[in-house]
Design a protein around this ligand. Structure first.
Ligand SMILES: *[C@@H]1O[C@H](CO)[C@@H](O)[C@H](O)[C@H]1NC(C)=O
Ligand SMILES: *[C@@H]1O[C@H](CO)[C@@H](O)[C@H](O)[C@H]1NC(C)=O
Ligand SMILES: *[C@@H]1O[C@H](CO)[C@@H](O)[C@H](O)[C@H]1NC(C)=O
Length: 365
């Protein structure tokens, strides 16, 4: 797809880095409010993406109760944070006036603008997160999207060509895999995967399945696809409580992250009518200057968490200085960190943030 545009994006990106090095303030001036260039935006993912789908499921992985959403205008919507999550910020940066609604409650008007299929606890593997209750695995999110493709055809006058043209123009953002570690491989008393497979073997199993799933998404007409890598799971309060990051956990996750670039290369070669990009969440997290944001606490959650589950305890008043915390509960970032990650995913600051280029470039192809 548009080879020359890809080159232009890369040149612009190099130019931006030079400016960044010269004077970090100028980049802020260049980043203005965008016009909405995309007709539609779809999200697939886990609790970092979910904005209400799990409200309707029988699961522990819920967040539609106080203190979740304490700083969000609509309160506890099912976002796993104190306020906005990364999809909210990306929709805003891409010029969408309102957040992309959850699949579970969307109506026909919403479908043409895009949907959020994210589900807390979900993984690349179907059995991941099963101990929490029901969740919508990536395979089921893809099935739901299959329904959306049919509805789109219906809404566009039963004209499949028109529906296909519409779906080709959308941006698709997929953030999956964290739970295949947190709620599978790193839970040896529930799941046998860590006894059956080395971290390298497990990463390979995930990547094989993920590759098939991303090809299915392409088969449904997706042509602009951004994949998020996994964050430094050894640094989340669930594992790092009161101490530094746990290197042994980061090493277990690293083989998955290091296979994502080659996966993006393979998909771009095999599916030349599409453009896949990778957002390197670990690299972005490592690159964010927390103290410049005013964040002082990174190893403890802001809300009072349940020891068994790591989510906020219902009804308990959380910390009042929420902008000084990286983490809201034991797993999920606060709004301030979500914004910072989304900013760099949208407009990369370092070459390592996005490969081969950032979401802003992808949107403009
Ligand atoms: C669809 O939902 C949106 C909110 O997401 C609302 O503004 C709109 O009125 C609804 N349309 C219909 C036809 O119900
Ligand atoms: C379907 O849509 C395409 C593209 O928008 C258009 O060229 C074609 O005429 C439409 N077909 C019918 C039967 O309306
Ligand atoms: C974190 O560590 C403290 C002691 O340092 C302990 O009292 C607390 O229960 C721990 N919290 C979790 C969620 O493990």
């Amino acid at each position: 797809m548009a080879q020359s545009m890809t080159k232009l994006c890369t040149i612009l990106r190099v130019f931006l880095y030079i400016i960044t090095i010269m004077e970090s303030g100028i980049v802020v001036i260049i980043e203005g409010k965008e016009q909405q260039v995309l007709p539609c935006l779809f999200f697939m993912g886990d609790s970092l993406t979910d904005n209400g789908n799990n409200n309707f499921l029988f699961t522990i992985a819920k967040s539609n109760y106080f203190p979740y959403g304490i700083d969000y205008p609509d309160g506890a919507t099912g976002r796993f944070s104190n306020a906005r999550n990364v999809p909210d910020f990306l929709a805003e940066f891409l010029g969408f006036e309102k957040p992309i609604p959850p699949f579970a409650t969307a109506n026909h008007t919403d479908i043409l603008r895009g949907l959020n299929y994210g589900s807390g606890g979900a993984g690349i593997l179907d059995r991941t997160g099963a101990q929490l209750g029901d969740e919508i695995s990536l395979n089921r999110q893809l099935q739901n999207h299959g329904g959306t493709v049919s509805t789109t055809t219906l809404l566009l006058g039963f004209n499949a060509t028109r529906a296909r043209e519409h779906l080709n123009k959308c941006l698709y953002i997929v953030n999956m895999g964290s739970n295949d570690y947190i709620n599978n491989y790193l839970m040896p008393h529930v799941y046998p995967t860590s006894r059956l497979h080395t971290p390298d073997q497990f990463a390979e199993i995930l990547i094989q399945q993920y590759s098939q799933q991303l090809r299915t998404l392409h088969g449904y007409g997706a042509r602009k696809i951004a994949i998020f890598g996994l964050g430094m799971l050894g640094c989340i309060p669930e594992y790092a409580n009161g101490t530094a990051c746990v290197d042994s956990i980061n090493s277990v996750v690293r083989p998955f992250n290091s296979r994502l670039r080659p996966l993006v290369d393979t998909l771009n070669t095999d599916l030349p009518d599409a453009q896949f990009i990778l957002i390197d969440t670990s690299s972005i997290s490592a690159g964010i200057d927390l103290s410049a944001l005013g964040i002082r606490v990174s190893n403890a959650p802001c809300c009072q968490v349940s020891e068994s589950v790591g989510l906020c305890i219902a009804g308990k008043v959380p910390c009042s200085n929420r902008d000084e915390y990286s983490f809201w509960d034991n797993f999920h970032p606060t709004e301030i960190l979500n914004r910072a990650v989304a900013q760099r995913a949208y407009t990369a600051v370092l070459p390592s943030d996005a490969y081969p280029f950032d979401i802003r470039c992808l949107a403009q192809l």
